[in-house]
Structure formats: structure tokens, C-alpha cells
Design a protein around this ligand. Structure first.
Ligand code: NAD
Length: 432
């Protein structure tokens, strides 16, 4: 360890150590795996291991009962070589700097793998928003936005929804940014309400993109979607839409897991009915149309397709061996650890990686941003058509690179994404 590293123990540099296997350590290992494929560009690979800007902010608010509380907020701009930062905002009690840094790195790779003109960024607040009233969430959102005001903007860095954030929160962010600026800036966030310059199709875009690449992947391994048994972890924006679309295509959603528990029905769960229940009750626990399942049994269920769509680090060396699915489509960011990746490869399970499988959201966010700049809006048919075209194109190029290099789809997506980022870095050069 160098003196500089010692002086930063516990600080930012401690996250640059690949042995620190939090989410950022996982991301670093994934970058290390791709380095041998980068040819001359590997000279620049360290760029990907150093986030460009890390902002930690204090977010104090007054609760409804008069108490003052402080939350810790983050915005990390991982890489801006190819364009402004882009990535969501997460509100969760387990948010850490390591997590936000990893999520920002994955956004850089994803945006580049999809060839969107963005860098990668991510933000979050370490808070359980379910314990706050709506007015408290609004105050927290506005204070956080004010604190990160100087680094975001339509041409700087554009936040979007992620876990526990939604279009209302994006509306508050847009308003706060605009008030501070003195003019309405709709393009500062995406995932906004349609009446404020949001895009039709954005809400369902991540699940829809996941479904599109899932179908393409299933074709490659001759897995029929009709009658396929599917398990879904996470029943929020991504998991619920994916479940609905797979059910619509004739698959059976036999198990669902969320933060309240897991349920199972061998004949398939009615996703519309479960959705109505969750809207009312806040989780799947207690739903009468399925049996209760022990959460430990979830990943080992006999099924064809598994969709992790909750949080990172869910498929690990401890449960990967029990997985019986033939295809895993990653809705969540970072759900599979590198060790689990190796186990799944050994079992011949095809994994469509997060940086491709959940890229539908940022792709329609890109459409939203373009529409805001032009103040000209497309209809849903056009959005869905453009989304499908870009998702299929990205899938095919990643598939080809994977075959050519005898590498996993994750490594292939990283080869494409990292090459584009580092090429841009090389062309721009270092300043001074
Ligand atoms: P969401 O807040 O709408 O839903 C999250 C879901 O995960 C909920 O059903 C919750 O109950 C479940 N969950 C939380 N903790 C859990 C736990 N410990 N075990 C099991 N389930 C748990 O969030 P979302 O927008 O659907 O995001 C889900 C994942 O998809 C995240 O990893 C996010 O980064 C990723 N993602 C989201 C988008 C998007 O457009 N929303 C885009 C790309 C990637």
C-alpha cells in the first residue's frame, strides 16, 4: 500500500482496492476481466477505475413533528468522456458510497454499450423513504437537489428514477432545479410526468427492454417463451412490467419475491391481480392467490427463466449452484457477483447482463431528453418501436462479440462499452 493510500484509509481510495468486494469491488473485478480484450486501449483502463467526481452532501430536513434529521446524499459522476452524466437516484436505507460508485460505473458501461451519447452517473440518499410522509420526502428531495444543483443540468448530468424514486420525485427535482436557475429546465431530469415534458413509454421502458432482449436470448438457446416458467425477484417498476409482458406472451410467472417475502403458484400467478394487491398493501406478503415460499428456496426453484429485478448482490457463490433456470435476465443492476458468474457459466446458464437487459429505461430517458430539447414529442408506438430496434441491435452486436471472443455476454457488453469510453478518452486526450 502506498503512503497516499494509507492516508486515505476508509476514504475514497479504499474503494479502489478490488479486495473490497462491495458493489464497487464487484465492478472493479468486472473491469479487470475485460482489460485483456481492450488491445491498445488497455493503456487507458485505469480511467474506468477512478470516478471523475464524487459529491457527498448533508441533507437536513424538518420532520412533520418538528424534529430535525440529517441524511447523507451522494451524486457520483463516473465518466463524462462521451457526454453528460446520466443515471438514476436511489432512496434506500442501505445506500452507500460504494454502491453509488458501482452503479455510476455500470451506467457508464451501459450508456456506451447502447451507444447513447451519455457518460455514467448515479445518486442516492441513505434513507428509508417508507418511514417518511410525502411532505417529508418532498422536502428531502428539494434539499438534496439544491445541494447537487451545481453539478447537474440538461447538458451536465441528468438524473432519473431508480429504487424508491418515481415521476413525482423527478417533478420536484425539476422544479427545484428550475427555481434555483430562474428558468424552467425540463431536460434536467428524465422519468418526469408526461404533463411536464416526460415521455410516453418511459415508465414501462426498462421492463419492455428486458422483455425484448429476453426474447432474443431465448431464441438463441431454443427456449420457447410460450409456457416458460418464470421467477421474478422485485415487483416494482422493472419486475412488475417484465412479469406482465412475459405473462402476456404466454409464460407462467410461478414465483415472485419482494422486500416483504416470496410467493409461489405452480399454475402461474395472476400479475394484474398481484399488482392491484401490492398497490393497496405495499408488498406481496399476504396475497391469497399463491402459497408462501421461504425466501431461501426462491433461487433454487425449478424454472426456465429467472429475472432478478430488485437489488445488487443477490446471486452469489452461495446460491448460484442451486439455480435451475436456463436463462437469467438481469433487471436489477449488479445482481450477480463475479464468482456467481463463473458458477453459472460452468452450468451453461445464459446470463443477459444488466448493462444490456435493463438498458431500456435509459434508452427511453435518452428519447425523453431529445424530445425536451426539441419540444416535440413522439407517440408511444414510435417510442416502443425505436426502443425495440435499439435493444435488438445492441443484443446482436453483444452476441457477436461474445461468440468471437468466446466470452460471456457480460464481458462482451463490457468490451463494447469500455472500448467506446476509452476511445473517446484517448481522442480527447488528457488536459493539460
Ligand atoms: P422499485 O423501487 O420500483 O422496486 C424495487 C423492488 O425490489 C420492490 O418490489 C421491492 O420490494 C424489491 N426489493 C427491495 N429490497 C428487496 C430485497 N431485499 N429482497 C427482495 N426484493 C426486494 O425499483 P425499480 O425501479 O424496479 O428498480 C429495481 C432494480 O432495477 C434496481 O436494481 C434498479 O437499479 C434497476 N433499474 C431500474 C431502472 C428503472 O427504470 N426503474 C432502470 C435500470 C435498472
Amino acid at each position: 500500500m502506498t503512503t497516499a493510500q494509507k492516508n486515505n484509509e476508509g476514504g475514497l481510495l479504499s474503494y479502489l482496492n478490488p479486495d473490497n468486494i462491495g458493489p464497487w469491488g464487484m465492478y472493479l473485478q468486472q473491469v479487470d476481466r475485460v482489460a485483456p480484450y481492450l488491445g491498445d486501449l488497455s493503456r487507458w483502463v485505469e480511467t474506468l477505475k477512478h470516478p471523475k467526481k464524487v459529491l457527498i452532501v448533508d441533507v437536513p430536513i424538518e420532520l412533520d413533528n418538528g424534529q430535525i434529521v440529517h441524511f447523507e446524499g451522494y451524486r457520483v459522476q463516473h465518466n463524462l468522456s462521451r457526454g453528460p452524466g446520466k443515471g438514476g437516484i436511489r432512496y434506500h436505507q442501505d445506500v452507500t458510497l460504494s454502491e453509488v460508485m458501482a452503479l455510476s460505473g455500470w451506467m457508464s458501461i451501459k450508456n456506451a454499450a447502447m451507444n447513447l451519447p451519455f457518460g455514467g452517473a448515479k445518486g442516492g440518499i441513505r434513507v428509508n423513504p417508507k418511514l417518511l410522509s410525502s411532505a417529508e420526502v418532498e422536502r428531502m428531495t428539494r434539499r438534496y437537489t439544491s445541494e447537487i444543483h451545481n453539478v447537474i443540468g440538461p447538458t451536465r448530468d441528468i438524473p432519473a428514477p431508480d429504487v424508491n424514486t418515481n415521476e413525482q420525485i423527478m417533478a420536484w427535482m425539476m422544479d427545484t432545479y428550475s427555481v434555483n436557475l430562474g428558468q424552467t429546465a425540463t431536460g434536467v431530469v428524465t422519468g418526469k410526468p408526461i404533463s411536464l415534458g416526460g415521455s410516453v413509454g418511459r415508465n414501462e421502458a426498462t421492463g419492455r427492454g428486458l422483455f425484448t432482449v429476453g426474447i432474443e436470448a431465448a431464441k438463441k438457446i431454443n427456449l420457447p417463451i410460450l409456457g416458460a416458467k418464470v421467477i421474478v425477484q422485485g415487483f416494482g417498476n422493472v419486475g412488475r412490467t417484465a412479469a406482465k409482458l412475459f405473462q402476456g406472451a404466454g409464460s407462467q410467472i410461478i414465483a415472485v419475491m419482494d422486500h416483504t417475502g416470496a410467493i409461489f403458484n405452480a399454475n402461474g400467478i395472476d400479475i394484474a391481480a398481484l399488482g392491484a394487491y401490492v398497490d393497496k398493501e405495499g408488498g406481496i406478503k399476504g396475497y391469497s392467490g399463491a402459497e408462501v415460499l421461504l425466501t431461501d428456496e426462491f433461487w433454487g426453484l425449478k424454472c426456465d427463466i429467472a429475472i432478478p429485478a430488485a437489488l445488487e448482490g443477490q446471486i452469489t457463490k452461495n446460491n448460484a449452484d442451486s439455480i435451475k433456470a436456463k436463462l437469467i435476465i438481469e433487471g436489477a443492476n449488479g445482481p450477480t457477483t463475479p464468482e456467481a458468474d463463473d458458477i453459472l457459466k460452468g452450468k451453461n446458464i445464459l446470463v443477459v447482463p444488466d448493462v444490456l437487459a435493463n438498458a431500456g429505461g435509459v434508452t427511453v430517458s435518452y428519447f425523453e431528453w431529445v424530445q425536451d430539447f426539441n419540444s416535440y414529442f413522439w407517440d408511444e408506438e414510435e417510442i416502443n418501436h425505436r426502443l425495440e430496434r435499439l435493444m435488438k441491435k445492441a443484443f446482436e452486436s453483444i452476441w457477436e462479440v461474445s461468440l468471437k471472443n468466446n466470452a460471456s455476454l457480460r464481458t462482451a457488453a463490457f468490451i463494447i462499452g469500455c472500448s467506446r469510453i476509452l476511445k473517446a478518452r484517448q481522442l480527447r486526450g488528457l488536459y493539460p
